[in-house]
Design a protein. Structure first.
Lengths: 112, 111
């Protein structure tokens, strides 16, 4: 069935380094992808999104890359800070749908 | 600023009791969703609504119900609480197929 998953459940990086969080999806008909950040005790927070007609989108310190050929999504965080420590979820919306399909999440830890 | 709020933030109740969790959004979004989040399962969809008087079952709807009488609110009711329903519950809203905005959750413990 449809699924959105993550390659790595945990990731530790040094403060100031760049981090990359990966996600695989299985529904080739999906046309909208979102990355969420969830801090302890809070709900998921929108970070950045990308539509299937794009392969890259940049925000403030974050970049999302979409490779439709291999159905792969990644989130790059530049110059990580302690406040970046959180669980990151990828999610997709299949074409014509309005519901999200979530991945399990990756916990990112920033070491001082 | 528009927001989505959940109440209560924490609740402890006993098995067999009826429990209602509130969700209120001021985004004027047509879509509203309820999820539960448990370790090892990520976010799982319980029920959702695409507009007033519209409700739909998600992947884990057994034991839960919702009603949508206005745009702003989608209360989630546990008809007879069970220990397996101990979880963190998140409400979300969206406009069409846009990204969902989430509340900060309700931590529910059923003893």
């Amino acid at each position: 069935g449809e699924s959105v998953g993550l390659h790595l459940p945990t990731l530790s990086v040094q403060e100031g380094d760049n981090s990359i969080i990966n996600c695989a999806y299985s529904n080739s008909a999906s046309d909208y992808f979102i990355w969420y950040k969830q801090e302890s005790g809070k709900g998921p927070q929108f970070i950045i999104d990308i539509r299937s007609n794009m392969d890259k989108r940049q925000g403030q310190r974050v970049t999302v890359l979409l490779n439709k050929t291999v159905k792969h999504l990644s989130l790059q965080i530049a110059a990580t800070q302690p406040g970046d420590s959180a669980v990151y979820f990828c999610a997709e919306i299949p074409q014509g749908a309005q519901k999200l399909v979530f991945g399990q999440g990756t916990r990112l830890t920033i070491n001082p | 600023d528009a927001e989505i709020t959940q109440s209560p933030r924490h609740k402890i109740t006993e098995t067999g009791r009826q429990v209602t969790l509130a969700c209120h959004q001021t985004w004027n979004h047509n879509n509203m969703f309820w999820y539960r989040q448990d370790l090892g399962h990520g976010l799982r969809l319980i029920h959702y609504s695409y507009g007033v008087h519209d409700t739909n079952k998600g992947e884990v709807s057994d034991g839960y119900s919702v009603s949508r009488s206005n745009t702003e609110d989608l209360p989630l009711t546990l008809e007879s609480a069970a220990s397996s329903q101990t979880s963190v519950y998140f409400c979300a809203s969206s406009r069409g197929s846009s990204a969902q905005h989430f509340g900060d959750g309700t931590r529910l413990s059923i003893l």
